[in-house]
Ligand binder design. Sequence first.
Ligand code: ADP
Length: 240
Amino acid sequence: ERLEYTQQMRQVFVSDASHELRTPLAAIRLLCESITQTENVDAETTREFMEDIILEVDRMSHTAEKLLVLSRLDSGSRTVFAPISLSDVVHKLITAFDPIAEAKSVTIESYIEDDCIISGDTEGTNQIVGNLIDNAIKYNNIGGTLRIYLFTKKDNCVFITDDTGIGIAPEFREHIFERFYRVDKSREHDGRGGSGLGLAIVKRNVEALGGTISVSDSVSGGTRFTVVFPSLTADEEVYD
Ligand code: ADP
């Protein structure tokens, strides 16, 4: 039964993936036809259409990249885990996302403890922290705030992104970790149409690390994501 279920899920995934790639391809074809089949298209219109084509190509590359990550995660190839400083990962990614936040006048406030160590892989950990920070900026309002917390609680490291953005209504929350799910399919955010794969990747990685992820309202009006990672104790670090 499990095998059959896995097989079915794979088929759904492949058909969803082809659908996601067919949509931008159809748009590109239409834009190309408009240029080639209209007589005397002026330079300005041609440029506008080409810019739209570039946007669609970027969207496809983004989706293809994320599909590759998911397929790697699905293949079940065991990643070797090693001690990782989550504090360093979070610090580095905040610096990397600073220009993107600045472009949207989003202020990042961070409260990060220095010694949060987990057992994991660098790629997976970066995907978790990076996707959550990216979303918290992308779905924030102009001039909004993103608060990032990292601290140790009992045997866990807790990572929180708390934004002042558009929020997620309770009825959509159970779906947002599904592949290709987007709350608002028609809207672009920061000129970036999402693939709906980011949170699926986050969840897979969190589970692989033995952690949990939850979503709730932020007291400041937007969304709060909380990831709980099992932390590596000093003893485990020595004997690992
Ligand atoms: P996408 O590529 O669309 O961002 P994700 O899988 O990362 O895909 O997120 C799924 C959906 O969850 C998004 O399309 C968006 O509707 C919603 N979402 C994710 N993060 C946030 C957030 N911080 N605030 C509001 N909505 C969010």
